[in-house]
Design a protein around this ligand. Structure first.
Ligand code: SAH
Length: 619
């Protein structure tokens, strides 16, 4: 199966109460591992490779409480009926599943509730992509092309704190200014906002002109009293260094960490992980604490810890574990920070065994807490309807989209508010690959966009090569390739069926390939009578290669061999020139052209370039 666009939403329950609904949802249940529910009487109609099909005996209403436990529900049913059904079960938007409604004809997919936190908006876009339908999102942030305030930090793994989310979202919908204080975590999101946005950044602006009506605080510190509606996000930036006597129970460790956090007015939600010495990797209390709080444990060797300068080294500790500091050194190493937020605290609890040392440092980059992915996406020749739905879906789902600026402009309508969109100049392929890898290693899902197919003179190879260079294990970050229509297919389609027999592609760019090699391949292709697609036939500084290619071909081919030059296929400036090998140089060829040289049997019939396959005899 290709990439599962629905991956993020399992367990996903789809409900098809009628034969029509079953048909409308078929592209979903046939190909994806979802739980499909249909009346008992219709079960026989389903032959699905992936879906788990279940029949419900009674009414939808009786069944719904069970389905409500899913992450997401997709109904193919009248909107009104769905509203009545789910109304008694709705609690609050932090807990409710995503509810999506598909209309009976499959033309529209509507995000009904759980739009932000439940992910219904993203699921709606994914399903619309799979059904080739129009997504309908009615959230106000969407209309303003802003990231929703209550999902803003999700890509970065921030934890949502308390606060008056409804009031702050309301202020944004009203276009009122929202004061932002960010003292922790990545500020990358700030530079990817639309020109008109309501956020006022205190530090950068050197003061706030408008009287803010609401506030968003992105910090590692505990919330403060505020006179205006305020919401809190906690990036996971705190590395808690822990050392303890052998056998110290979990509750003592937990109490020590809490006490230390409190001392610095720090939020437990902002903890990225626990750091210690490797000989504590099996310390039961620490392991239980990490397990209970779902925190990663990072262990360092004594010699690594020894190399860190700390404010409170201890000779006693050094004598015991070969480093004068565990808690302080480990928190500094894990956070890659130079200084501590809270120096070493030694905590004992009355009546409890053991002792704990705790120190806390703040990392510049937050822990996202999941492993990132790289999606190598081919966007086709340039017109959006020539792009595969899977590729569109990948772009819509990605946290970050990286590509050459022209291509980013072309896919503009697939982008979603809140995405990090990084357009780089055409020459910076290497930087694009490195940036994509860095973001994915951090934990983001990154789409790298190439025109045509990404694996044909595109970014895919470069990203893989670079991954290999940095010692990639083949799995983390996960990589997926989304194929696209390459220029030779696009050009061929515009002129007929020139690729009906064996063909090859040769790029005339000698930027990365020695010219002798290109000449060798041109000679072989000409000699072997391949239909040949010439990519990169000319650039601003490179004009003579096409003439050499023509000379080579003329050595082995008839001068009257059919040739098509397709410029900017599927773009508004598309032009097509039909000519012969000997006249090739008389026509304009530019950087965005593809030259198709037929084989000895290729002919034009009116405007159509046809290479016989041999059905009607030619060979
Ligand atoms: N990955 C791309 C190729 C990139 S190399 C693909 O699979 O199509 C760039 C070359 O591709 C251009 O010099 C041109 O030869 C060709 N090309 C790309 N888009 C094209 C288009 N829309 N029409 C004609 N040729 C195109």
């Amino acid at each position: 199966m290709p990439s599962d666009l629905l991956d993020d939403f399992h367990p996903l329950t789809a409900i098809a109460p009628t034969p029509f609904a079953l048909k409308t949802l078929q592209p979903l249940w046939q190909a994806y591992p979802i739980a499909l529910w249909t009346p008992e009487s219709l079960r026989g109609q389903v032959q699905a490779a992936a879906a788990q099909v279940q029949g419900y005996p009674g009414s939808l209403k009786e069944q719904l409480p069970e389905w409500w436990q899913s992450r997401a529900l997709v109904f193919c049913l009248a909107m009104g009926a769905v509203v009545r059904l789910i109304a008694p079960l709705l609690q609050d938007k932090r807990q409710d599943p995503a509810v999506v409604v598909v209309d009976g004809t499959g033309q529209f997919v509507m995000s009904l509730c759980g739009g932000h936190q439940g992910g219904a908006d993203r699921l709606t876009v994914a399903i619309a992509t799979l059904l080739n339908a129009t997504p309908i999102l009615t959230g106000s942030a969407n209309a303003l092309h802003l990231p929703a305030i209550d999902t803003l930090g999700n890509p970065f793994g921030w934890r949502r704190g308390s606060g008056d989310w409804t009031a702050v979202s309301g202020a944004i919908a009203q276009g009122q200014p929202v004061h932002v204080v960010q003292t922790a975590g990545s500020t990358l999101w700030q530079s990817h906002l639309p020109d008109m946005h309501p956020f006022r950044f205190a530090e950068a602006d050197g003061g706030i002109d408008d009287e803010p009506s609401a506030e968003m605080r992105i910090e590692a510190t505990l919330q403060q009293a505020s006179t205006i509606p305020t919401v809190y996000w906690y990036p996971r930036v705190l590395w808690v260094g822990v050392g303890c006597e052998r056998g110290t129970p979990q509750r003592v460790i937990a109490a020590a960490v809490e006490q230390t956090l409190l001392q610095g007015n720090l939020a437990a939600e902002a903890i990225a992980g626990i750091a210690t010495i490797d000989r504590k990797a099996d310390e039961v209390g620490i392991l239980e604490f990490c397990e209970a709080r779902q925190l990663p444990l990072r262990c360092f060797k004594a010699e690594e810890l020894r190399s860190v300068a700390v404010p409170n080294p201890s000779e006693v500790v050094a004598a015991e574990v070969e480093t004068p500091s565990v808690a302080e050194a480990a928190s500094l190493l894990a956070s890659q920070s130079q200084s501590l937020l809270i120096p070493k605290q030694i905590v004992r609890m009355k009546g409890q065994p053991g002792a704990v040392t705790v120190a806390i440092a703040q990392a510049e980059q937050e822990t996202i807490g999941r492993s990132g992915e790289i999606w190598l996406v081919g966007m086709g020749p340039g017109q959006l309807d020539q792009m595969t739905p899977a590729a569109k879906g990948a772009i819509a789902q990605a946290d970050a989209v990286i590509g050459y600026s022209l291509y980013i402009d072309l896919i503009h309508s697939c982008l979603r508010p809140g995405q990090l969109v990084e357009a780089l100049p055409i020459t910076q392929e290497r930087q694009r690959a490195e940036r994509a890898i860095a973001l994915a290693q951090w934990g983001l899902r990154v789409a790298v966009v190439s025109s045509g197919d990404c694996g044909i003179y595109g970014m895919a190879g470069l990203v893989f090569e670079r991954l290999r260079e940095v010692g990639w294990n083949g799995e983390v970050p996960a990589v997926q390739v989304f194929p696209g229509i390459t220029a030779l297919q696009a050009a061929a389609a515009r002129v007929g069926a020139p690729l009906m027999h064996d063909f090859c592609a040769i790029s005339l760019s000698d930027l990365l390939t020695p010219w002798e090699q290109i000449e060798t391949r041109l000679t072989a292709a000409a000699q072997a009578d391949f239909v040949t697609a010439l990519y990169n036939p000319r650039s601003r500084n490179r004009v003579e290669q096409l003439a050499i290619a023509q000379t080579i071909f003329l050595r082995y081919r008839d001068p009257k061999t059919s040739v098509a030059i397709v410029q900017s296929a599927y773009r508004p400036s598309e032009t097509i020139t039909r000519t012969t090998l000997d006249a090739l140089l008389e026509h304009p060829v530019d950087m965005l052209s593809l030259v198709l040289i037929g084989n000895r049997t290729t002919r034009f019939h009116h405007q159509w370039m046809i290479t016989p396959r041999g059905y009607l005899g030619y060979w």
